[in-house]
Design a protein around this ligand. Structure first.
Ligand code: ADP
Ligand code: MG
Length: 416
């Protein structure tokens, strides 16, 4: 993400009463269709120095707290899904004033628009009508005296990719893989990356990332139908060094019972709307919650150590998943090499499971060392062989541009 700079051209909004301060504000057009976008800009005229964006997500990147913007939403925004995004954008950015332009005015569109925080809905306005509406909305924008305390989650143009990390045997290294993959992706991706701890009883992601918990996945589940991106983001914590957004497991094992498969499905659906990648750590159990997550995921990483008991359990798990008609092409093996000299052969494992090994993670003492410091090994020992294996794993999800080295980036620069 680029930092939130004022690139919108701004012009002066004089105070109504003499002596009031002059407030600069911007005008922006949001419309997916390039021709119609151009048409709206033409209608608004050069004077307003209007900026244009193909989507709300593109506009959001350029917003700056304290700089009011009148947004003219084109006809491609007059649909329930887009207006839902408009609604939570207006809730998290109080300095916006919105005008919706439609081809045909219906009661439904009017209601949906007003509910989303749109101030005026116009059907095929002429130049004078549109300019007048923009000026009227500009007059009524409340410029927040202080910027909003919570950052708006970034909208995403395309739904985020969900990757669940699962093992049929506890202690295989599932959480280590999930945490390090998520941290690596957060360092590489321009958008938001989330890590969800869905090991609902004994999840240890929060400890691995050294945090004291305020909220957890149990709060997100309790929100029910009210859960939307701003609410969900307010329940997550941000891992400072990587910018990763984390939804931890409940603090008490008993709370796990209160989280239903519907809750889990809703949480993942909402995360997809504002995250580029969502990584989910799970318990080593094929229960309904895990099956729901496997079903909802774009990719599943099956973690196992390279020893007979682990592979035997994994084989049983894979058989069950095949019986459940789970599409196996989204499953990839992540094998953690044990530190014994005698190991199973990689080819034998692939043949036994009829699955390809994506990455082999070496056994490395850098892992327990990093766990005891509560720092993911990709940050604690970035040059270690195990950290490099996580980089290779991340390549499959977010490849690095040629010649670029992995580097950490802060995702949410302070608002000015
Ligand atoms: N690549 C590795 N090298 C060395 N030790 C590892 C590695 N991966 C995991 N471990 C060890 O295995 C233990 C279990 O890992 P964890 O990720 O918590 O497993 P799971 O989530 O599958 O129960 C950790 O405490 C860690 O010490
Ligand atoms: Mg675990």
């Amino acid at each position: 993400m680029t930092s939130r700079q004022v690139v919108l051209p701004v012009f002066e909004k004089p105070g109504v009463n003499a002596g009031e301060r002059v407030v600069p504000f911007g005008v922006a057009v949001v419309e997916a269709d390039p021709e119609r976008r151009q048409g709206l800009i033409g209608q608004l005229g050069e004077d307003l120095g209007t900026a244009s964006f193909p989507s709300l997500a593109a506009l959001q990147l350029e917003l700056t707290a304290g700089v009011p913007v009148v947004v003219v939403l084109g006809p491609s925004c007059a649909f329930a899904g887009v207006l839902e995004q408009v609604e939570w954008l207006t809730r998290t950015w109080p300095d916006l004033g919105l005008v919706l332009v439609v081809d045909e005015l219906s009661t439904t569109v009017l209601q949906q628009g007003l509910r989303a925080g749109v101030k005026d809905v116009l059907a095929r306005p002429d130049r004078a009508q549109l300019t007048w509406a923009v000026e009227r909305v500009a007059d009524n924008i409340q410029v927040a005296a202080t910027p909003a305390l919570t950052l708006a989650p970034l909208l995403s143009d395309t739904p985020g990719k969900v990757t669940t990390v699962f093992s049929t045997k506890g202690g295989s290294g599932t959480s280590v893989v999930a945490v390090n993959l998520a941290v690596t992706l957060a360092g590489r991706s321009a958008g938001t990356v989330a890590l969800v701890d869905a090991d609902l009883q004994f999840g240890d992601v929060a400890v691995m990332l050294k945090t004291s918990l305020a909220h957890s996945i149990a709060d997100a589940a309790a929100a029910g139908e009210r859960l939307d991106p701003p609410l969900l983001q307010s329940l997550m914590f941000r891992h400072g060094p990587s910018g990763l957004m984390v939804l931890p497991a409940p603090v008490e094992p008993a709370l796990a019972e209160k989280i239903s498969t519907d809750d889990v499905r809703r949480i993942v659906d909402v995360l997809r709307t504002f995250c580029e990648h969502v990584v989910i750590d799970t318990a080593s159990r094929l229960d309904d919650v895990v099956l729901t997550l496997l079903d909802q995921s774009d990719d599943v990483l099956l973690v196992s150590c390279m020893e007979v008991p682990g592979i035997k359990n994994l084989k049983l798990g894979v058989q069950t998943l095949r019986q459940l008609d789970m599409p196996m092409n989204k499953f990839k093996l992540v094998l953690v090499r044990s530190n014994t000299r005698v190991q199973m052969d990689l080819r034998d494992i692939e043949r036994t499971l009829s699955l390809k090994a994506g990455v082999v993670v070496p056994h490395d003492t850098a892992v327990p060392v990093s766990l005891n410091k509560c720092v993911p090994v990709v940050l604690d020992a970035p040059r270690s062989s195990v950290a490099r294996s996580f980089e290779a794993l991340a390549d499959g999800f977010a490849p690095l541009a040629d010649g670029r080295k992995h580097r950490l980036r802060l995702k949410f620069p302070e608002r000015r």
